[in-house]
Design a protein around this ligand. Structure first.
Ligand code: C2E
Ligand code: SIN
Ligand code: SIN
Ligand code: SIN
Ligand code: FE
Ligand code: FE
Length: 422
């Protein structure tokens, strides 16, 4: 157990952990790292992390070496689902969160009945596990408020026997928990900024479609179809997600097109068509010089989503692989949805007709490989259509401003975090 005493090596290790924690922006990965490091440092068999949110404790994850060995790590992790519980002093994690104090329990079966907290044996019972010693440490943010709880379970001594957590281990875990608290706060702030940023992107896209009298569902479907292609291409999660968030802005330039052209019920004249085509350049101009990576991609898509494989598209007349792949994807998904939906100038086509047009224009308008890939996903396409179906109410709201009612806008979920579900 010599490695757990405060010596120079321990400080170096703590510094390394601190650096590694502060560089992790993804909350789930960060929590996993915190727990692994805390277990490693204390030779603990198990551990759990809770986060505090709206007067609830959210169980985020557990790592249990004994169960990993018994069932395999992946299967064990899948068994532990996130859940919420009220914060009360009756649970040990709740007690630590409320009081800000560390609980160092040599044996959970011998907690004195006059304590406010109790040991809840349901985890042990459900998993055929035996908890003995526990160290329960609050993790605090910069404002010194508890934002989470780190629970370590069953410290191993020399001969793999469970021992109580020593005072020096307790101090060590307290230092680690205070670094962890700040890192968690940073990751949460980063997530909030990202959510706000992505939410703004979606809503700008909706603003453009609003003017176009299309529905917000058009861009949701189009973005989902684009994601479908990206996933089929085997792109990694970050790249797929970036496309999902960038695609909704493809027609943002329609904000700059006069009403009488944008809303014309019939076919456009040559001049009107020429003006209409400027929506690609207007969109790219709106998004020009942004340093946010989604907007850089949005600009590219706004500029290139009407280019055609055979070079007959606009505004640059690029052909084949001169057209960036994201533009080739958006061309397919945008037209597919335009054909399947009602527009001010056209009725929706039935599915067979849409597929026939897509196949006919494959190799002319569209990248043939990507078209084949997309059309092979018809089952997924249909479920996106069902999930993001246009209703008459959607159209009424867009066509008749008088149909908008303040009652529809009351937000019953003020306390919930920004959700970006589209
Ligand atoms: P949009 O309505 O979002 O349509 C996007 C693209 O879907 C069109 O790009 C076109 O490639 C394809 N598309 C839509 N409807 C049909 C169709 O009935 N048949 C075929 N084969 N393809 C179709 P495009 O043509 O460059 O048009 C860009 C935008 O210009 C359209 O966006 C729409 O806002 C407007 N627009 C195009 N044609 C007309 C029209 O005849 N009347 C009016 N009022 N607007 C039009
Ligand atoms: C990717 O972004 O992962 C691939 C891009 C490309 O194929 O051009
Ligand atoms: C931001 O956080 O404002 C932009 C970061 C990004 O999405 O690239
Ligand atoms: C249309 O907008 O009606 C069809 C023109 C095209 O196929 O690009
Ligand atoms: Fe467009
Ligand atoms: Fe569109």
């Amino acid at each position: 157990m010599s490695k757990v005493l405060f010596n120079e090596k321990t400080f170096e290790d703590l510094l390394d952990i601190s650096k590694s924690l502060s560089s992790e922006r993804d909350l789930d990965r960060l929590l996993d790292k915190i727990l692994s490091e805390a277990r490693r440092f204390t030779c603990s068999d198990a551990g759990t992390i809770y986060l505090v949110n709206n007067n609830k404790l959210i169980f985020m994850l557990s790592q249990v070496q004994t169960l990993f060995d018994r069932w395999g790590e992946q299967q064990t992790r899948e068994k532990f689902k996130k859940f919420e519980m009220p914060i009360t002093k009756q649970s040990m994690a709740g007690y630590a969160a409320i009081t800000g104090m560390v609980l160092n329990i040599p044996d959970v079966n011998k907690i004195s009945p006059d304590k406010e907290y109790k040991y809840n044996a349901s985890f042990d019972e459900q998993n055929d596990y035996k908890t003995v010693s526990m160290l329960v440490v609050p993790m605090k943010n910069r404002q010194n408020q508890p934002i989470g709880v780190l629970q370590l379970i069953n410290a191993f001594g020399e001969d793999k026997k469970v021992i109580a957590y020593t005072k020096s281990l307790e101090r060590l875990v307290e230092s680690l928990a205070s670094m962890a608290g700040i890192a968690i706060q940073n990751a949460q702030l980063n997530q909030e900024i990202r959510n706000a940023h992505l939410d703004t992107i979606l809503r700008l896209g909706i603003a453009a479609e609003y003017r176009d009298k299309e529905t917000a569902n058009h861009i949701r479907r189009m973005a989902r179809y684009s994601l479908l292609i990206a996933e089929s291409l085997g792109w990694n999660k970050e790249t797929c997600e970036r496309l999902l968030y960038a695609a909704p802005m493809h027609d943002v330039g329609k904000l700059g097109i006069p009403d009488e052209i944008l809303h014309k019920p019939g076919v456009l004249t040559t001049d009107e068509r020429e003006t209409m085509q400027k929506h690609t350049l207007i969109g790219a101009n709106i998004l020009h010089h942004s340093r946010a990576e989604e907007l850089v991609l949005s600009k590219l898509i706004a500029l290139t989503h009407h280019e055609k494989w055979d070079g007959s598209g606009y505004p640059q007349g690029l052909k084949q692989k001169e057209i960036p792949i994201e533009g080739r994807i958006a061309a397919i998904t945008d037209v597919f949805d335009a054909l399947s939906s009602r527009r001010c100038y056209k009725e929706p086509f039935p599915e067979e007709k849409v597929i026939e047009i897509m196949k006919h224009d494959s190799g002319r308008h569209f990248d043939p490989e990507l078209t084949e890939l997309f059309l092979s996903k018809i089952v997924e396409i249909r479920s996106i259509q069902i999930r993001y179906q246009d209703t008459d109410a959607d159209f009424d709201k867009l066509r008749n401003i008088n149909a908008l009612s303040p009652a529809d806008l009351i937000d019953n979920n003020k306390n919930s975090q920004i959700k970006f579900d589209f």
